[in-house]
Design a protein around this ligand. Structure first.
Ligand code: NAD
Ligand code: UDP
Length: 320
C-alpha cells in the first residue's frame, strides 16, 4: 500500500510544488487548502490523478482525514507581508489553532509531522548570518508580529508535542524562496519587481534598498524539506540559499534579466522590515548533506519564463 501524506497549503506556491514532489516519489497525496491566498490552478494538473485528493478546508477548524496517514506537511499560512497584514487574525489562527489541530491529527494517526516555520522567527536579526541557536529579535506588537509570533508559537507547540507526547516532529525554518507559481500580486519582492518590469512600470524599492535578503530557488527548498522529513532530527533546521544580495542590487538584476528600461524608484520602508537576512546552513549540510544547487541566475531565468506565460489579463489583475 502506498504511503499517504497530507499537505496543507497545497494550492499555494510551496504546497503545490510539494504535491508534485510527493506524487513523483510515488505517494498518495491529500492536499488541503481554504484558498485564502492560494490558487487551485497551481494543482489543477493533479486533479485527474488517482493518487491525488483535494479537500477545501480551513485547518484552523477541526481537521478530519479518513484512513491512515504516514506524514503531514503543514504549510498552510499566509506568507507574504501584505497578505498577513490584510488577514492578521487568520494568520495567527492558522499558526496557532491550525498547527494544534494538525499535531492532534498526527498524534491520532501516529504520523510524522513537519511544520513550515520561517526566518521571520529571527525578526530583525542582531546576529548575522542567522544560526538555529539564535533566539531572534521580534517585535510582538508590530505589524509583522502576527506572522512572526504565530510561527514562534507553532515551533513551541510542535516541540511540546514532541517532548510531551513523543510525536515525531520536524521544524524547518525557511528563508526567502522564489520560483514559478508565486502569486504576481502577493507583494513579495520578486513577483513585485517582475510584474512591474512586465507592465512597463518603475520598480519600487522600499527604503534605500540597502537591506539584504538571500533567495533560494524552490526546487532546492523542496529537496531540503524532503531530506529533513526523512531525517530523525526534531529541532529546527534552517533551509535557504546563503547567497546574500541587497534589494537595490536585486532590482538591477531584474532589470537586466527582463531587459526593461524603467528606473528604480524609492518608497518608504515598511515598519520592522528586517535589515539583513542570510541563513547559516552548516547544520543542514552536516545533518542532511543538503546545500542549494541552483544559482540565482538560473533560478531567476526559470521564474521569469513562468511569469512570461501569464496572460495580459492576469498581468493587470489587481488581486489573485
Ligand atoms: P502561499 O500563500 O502561496 O501558500 C499558503 C497556502 O496556505 C495558500 O494556498 C493558502 O490558501 C493556504 N492557507 C492559508 N491559511 C489556511 C487555512 N487556515 N486553512 C487552509 N489553508 C490555508 O505561501 P507560500 O510561500 O507557499 O508559503 C507556504 C508556507 O511556507 C507558509 O507556512 C509560510 O509561512 C512558509 N514560508 C514560506 C516562505 C517563502 O519564501 N515562500 C518563507 C518562509 C516560510
Ligand atoms: N521590497 C521592495 N519592494 C517591493 C516589495 C518588497 O523593496 O515592491 C523589499 C521589502 O521591503 C524587503 C525585501 O524587499 O526588504 C523582501 O521583501 P519580501 O516581502 O519579499 O520578503 P520579506 O520582507 O518577508 O523577507
Amino acid at each position: 500500500m502506498k504511503k499517504r501524506v497530507l499537505i496543507t497549503g497545497a494550492a499555494g506556491f510551496l504546497g503545490s510544488h510539494l504535491c508534485d514532489r510527493f506524487i513523483a516519489e510515488g505517494y498518495h497525496v491529500i492536499g488541503m487548502d481554504n484558498l485564502i491566498t492560494g490558487d487551485k490552478q497551481n494543482i489543477e494538473h493533479l486533479f485527474a490523478l488517482p493518487d491525488f485528493e483535494f479537500y477545501h478546508h480551513d485547518v484552523s477548524k477541526f481537521v478530519h482525514v479518513p484512513g491512515k496517514l504516514d506524514y503531514i506537511l503543514h504549510f498552510a499560512s499566509p506568507a507574504s507581508p501584505i497578505d498577513y497584514l490584510k488577514i492578521p487574525i487568520q494568520t495567527l489562527k492558522v499558526g496557532a489553532m491550525g498547527t494544534h489541530n494538525l499535531l492532534g491529527l498526527a498524534k491520532e494517526k501516529k504520523a510524522r509531522i513537519l511544520v513550515a516555520s520561517t526566518s521571520e522567527v529571527y525578526g530583525d536579526p542582531a546576529v548575522h548570518p542567522q544560526t538555529e541557536s539564535y533566539w531572534g529579535n521580534v517585535n510582538p506588537v508590530g505589524p509583522r508580529g502576527v506572522y512572526d509570533e504565530a510561527k514562534r508559537y507553532q515551533e513551541a507547540i510542535t516541540m511540546a508535542y514532541h517532548t510531551y507526547h513523543g510525536l515525531e516532529t520536524r521544524i524547518i525554518r525557511i528563508f526567502n524562496t522564489y520560483g514559478p507559481r508565486m502569486r504576481l500580486n502577493d507583494g513579495r519582492v520578486l513577483p513585485a519587481f517582475i510584474g512591474q518590469a512586465l507592465r512597463g512600470e518603475d520598480l519600487t524599492v522600499f527604503g534605500d534598498g540597502s537591506q539584504t535578503r538571500s533567495f533560494c530557488y524552490v526546487d532546492d527548498l523542496v529537496e531540503g524539506i524532503y531530506r529533513l522529513l526523512m531525517s530523525d532530527y526534531a529541532s529546527p533546521v534552517n533551509i535557504g540559499n546563503p547567497s546574500e544580495i541587497t534589494i537595490r542590487q536585486f532590482a538591477e538584476e531584474i532589470l537586466a534579466l527582463t531587459g526593461a528600461k524603467q528606473k528604480v524608484i524609492y518608497n518608504p520602508l515598511p515598519t520592522d522590515d528586517p535589515k539583513q537576512r542570510q541563513p547559516d546552513i552548516t547544520l543542514a549540510k552536516q545533518l542532511l548533506g543538503w546545500e542549494p544547487k541552483v544559482s540565482r541566475q538560473e533560478g531567476l531565468a526559470k521564474t521569469y519564463a513562468y511569469f512570461q506565460t501569464l496572460t495580459q489579463e492576469q498581468l493587470y489583475k489587481k488581486d489573485h
